[in-house]
Structure formats: C-alpha cells, structure tokens
Unconditional design. Structure first.
Length: 163
C-alpha cells in the first residue's frame, strides 16, 4: 500500500492513516472467489455478485477502520486517544533493528501503544506529566521523522504561545 502520510508544511500539521499492508488487502480480497465458489451450486450469477460484494466490503472495512495518527491543534492524536503536546517530551525516531527492539523487548508495558504490523518505523514520545501513569506513547509510522518533527513543531508553537 502506498504511503498515506500527509505533511502540511505551513500549518505544521501531520496526518497519517495506518492502513493495512498490501498483503493483508490481497488476503482479504481472496475472500471474494472463496465465497463465490461456496455459493456456485446455488446460482453462478448470485455467487459472483455476492463474492465480489464480500471482497469489496472486507477491503473497505480494513481501510476504513485503520487508525489515524495526527498532530493538530496542539494535540497528538493516535487512533481514538489524544494528549496535549505540552505533556510530552522529545520524540525518538526508531527504524530497522532499533524499531524492532522498541516494539519488542524494549517495549515498556506502562506505555501507550499504537503498533501496526508491516509498518517499520516507530516513534517513542515520553510522557512528562507526573500525574499520568503512562510513561510514553509508542506509535508506528511510515514516516517517523515527519511525525517526530510535527510533534516538535507543535511543542515549540505551544511554548511560544504561552509566553
């Protein structure tokens, strides 16, 4: 699947849909011929129509239900969760072996996770709020450097507005 990150340079916003990988979409689309094959004894035309409808529906649900990572209006949003950037520390970008470690053995169970398979990059943003039991946010991203830069810009913008 193509990279679905958008980088809004002038506004400092960032938005990325963590859609499924191409292989997962192909696997979901393979449901169409399987359903059609099961329904072929009933009627060939109905089997084809229902098979195509099931394949399109499954792919649509996978794409539509994919979580969105966004930095907007002084908040980091990952899926349904959101936190003000003033409660976050400096984001750390991980790719390759570092990202595998951050998603695996190095993953703090107290951190908040939005991890998706098939997406290599990971951004770890520590939570600086002492009242929050969450130690960090661990977020998968296809463009982790852009996500980290957007968080830093939002933090800078928030700190200059409060002065």
């Amino acid at each position: 699947m193509q990279n679905s990150a958008r980088h809004a340079g002038a506004t400092g916003g960032y938005r990325e849909r963590l859609g499924p990988s191409l292989w997962i979409l192909v696997a979901a689309a393979l449901a169409a011929p399987m359903v059609a094959l099961v329904l072929t004894p009933v009627d060939t035309t109905i089997a084809l129509v229902i098979g195509v409808a099931v394949g399109v529906l499954l792919v649509g649900i996978l794409i539509g239900a994919a979580p969105v990572v966004e930095v907007r209006d002084g908040e980091l949003r990952a899926g349904r969760a959101h936190i003000g950037v003033e409660f976050l520390g400096a984001p750390a970008v991980h790719t390759g072996e570092e990202a595998r470690h951050a998603r695996g053995a190095g993953l703090d169970p107290r951190s908040w996770h939005l991890i998706r398979g098939g997406i290599d990059g990971v951004v770890v943003v520590p939570v600086t709020d002492t009242d929050d039991p969450t130690t960090a946010w661990v977020i998968s991203s296809r463009t982790p450097d852009r996500l980290a830069a957007a968080v830093r810009r939002a933090q800078l913008r928030r700190s200059t507005q409060s002065r």
